[in-house]
Design a protein around this ligand. Structure first.
Ligand code: HEC
Ligand code: HEC
Length: 358
């Protein structure tokens, strides 16, 4: 929520934003950046996400606006234009949308350098219209949040069975663009998780119950930013179905939608300090088939979509053996081949190493 206020305030209220961030835990220690003007009041750890948001919205690399190694230089016309565009976008939102960040770079650019003003013509015969999704039976009341969650929990095996499992070790492969890499995923209730990818060196992505970290063998681990950590903590939730209402007290039902041809009930959650989420539950099986979470950046929201499939039962509890994580700039799939529940696992396994990652 703070970020939302920030977006609006980026230009209009620099003093107020400063105060806002001064009160916020994430306030930058000492700004390392040399030449910020329109984003000068943005916390240091939000500059990277803002840059990625611009690059993604325009479908360009950093070098479109920057000379690599000289990010602070104003030597490219596109960087100057981008500054004007940031100012313009904030002004549109302020004047026309009550300050809500409705218009972003992506609203106009949609992945291209130049927005297209003129509608395109049809370049092929119109495809036949797909049949409309079957309407729910007349009179059938839409399920409530509680009903959706109860159905999900019972589809997984029920509260009692779920609570009996408190650790899980999974082994499988991570599939990206035609290549396969072995991966181990270890999780422990309530919310610890470490994923290790074994390629030339081992690469770690972990959440220790409080904060996230990443690292590679032989190098020091790095702490995740506050927003990366918040997303990572959600992935680490061992009993997400049982904890959702606690994590997102404001969770609400959304419109039903289809995912890969399957009608799904949806829930939307927002909570301070947590990424906004949208969850899709297969109306037939009750299982969670998709989660989309949104990382707030100073210029707009970045989505991460996770599609879950291949649910299999082990010790009376169903878990997805396959999931695909998609972002605007990348995508990978994890396919689990073996899974073991309730092996004792020390908390130290999830802790950020003090020195180099081993
Ligand atoms: C569409 C243009 C655009 C793209 C693409 C872009 N930037 Fe920027 N970048 C800017 C602008 C504009 C500023 C200055 C913002 C200001 O004046 O407050 C900036 C500032 C920066 C700064 C601060 C430099 C300093 O010390 O003042 C860094 C670091 C940076 N960008 C990194 C990146 C990276 C990394 C990428 C690729 C992920 C990237 N940028 C992509 C436009 C862009
Ligand atoms: C209301 C629509 C709109 C929004 C919002 C918008 N742009 Fe643009 N942008 C345009 C148009 C139109 C052009 C092309 C102008 C021209 O051709 O002279 C453009 C051009 C640009 C260019 C120059 C591209 C080139 O090829 O040199 C950059 C860089 C750019 N925009 C960055 C951004 C960034 C970054 C944001 C978000 C902060 C943004 N724009 C938001 C409409 C928009």
């Amino acid at each position: 929520m703070t970020t939302r206020i920030l977006i609006v305030a980026v230009l209009a209220l620099p003093v107020a934003t400063q105060t806002l961030w001064a009160q916020h835990d994430a306030a930058p220690a000492a700004p390392a950046y040399k030449n910020l003007t329109v984003l000068k009041d943005v916390p240091a750890d939000q500059i990277g996400p803002a840059m990625q948001f611009m690059a993604t919205s325009l479908g360009v690399e950093c070098a479109f606006c920057h000379t690599p190694g000289k990010m602070e230089a104003d030597d490219k016309g596109a960087k100057k234009t981008a500054r004007e565009m940031i100012t313009m976008t904030a002004a549109i939102n302020k004047e026309h949308f009550g300050g809500r960040p409705q218009i972003t770079c992506n609203s106009c650019h949609r992945g291209s350098e130049r927005p297209v003003a003129i509608p395109g013509v049809m370049e092929a015969d119109a495809a036949p219209k797909p049949p409309a999704p079957a309407a729910p039976a007349a009179g059938a009341a839409a399920p409530t949040v509680d009903q959706i969650l109860e159905k999900y929990v019972s589809a997984l095996g029920g509260t009692d069975a779920l609570k009996k499992v408190t650790t899980r070790q999974m082994t499988g492969k991570i599939l990206t663009g035609g290549s396969e890499t072995p991966v181990d995923v270890t999780t422990k209730a309530p919310n610890m998780r470490v994923t290790v990818t074994h390629s030339n060196s081992d690469s770690f992505t972990a959440f220790d119950g409080k904060a996230g970290w990443m690292g590679n063998t032989g190098r020091p681990a790095r702490s995740m930013s506050e927003s990366e950590s918040a997303s990572s903590s959600l992935d680490a939730e061992f009993h997400l179905g049982l904890r959702l209402k606690e994590l997102y007290p404001q969770i609400r039902r959304g419109r039903p939608e289809t995912v890969a041809g399957v009608l799904c009930d949806t829930l939307n959650g927002t909570a301070p300090g947590k990424p906004a989420i949208r969850l899709y539950f297969d109306r037939g099986t009750g299982l969670l088939v998709r989660m989309v979470r949104y990382a707030e950046t100073p210029l707009g929201r970045m989505p991460t979509q996770i599609d879950y499939s291949d649910y299999r039962e082990t010790d009376g509890v169903k878990t997805p053996f396959r999931w695909t994580l998609s972002r605007p700039n990348g995508r990978f799939t994890i396919q689990i081949s073996s899974l073991k529940n309730n092996t004792p696992i020390d908390d130290a396994k999830f802790a950020k190493p003090a020195g180099d990652v081993k």
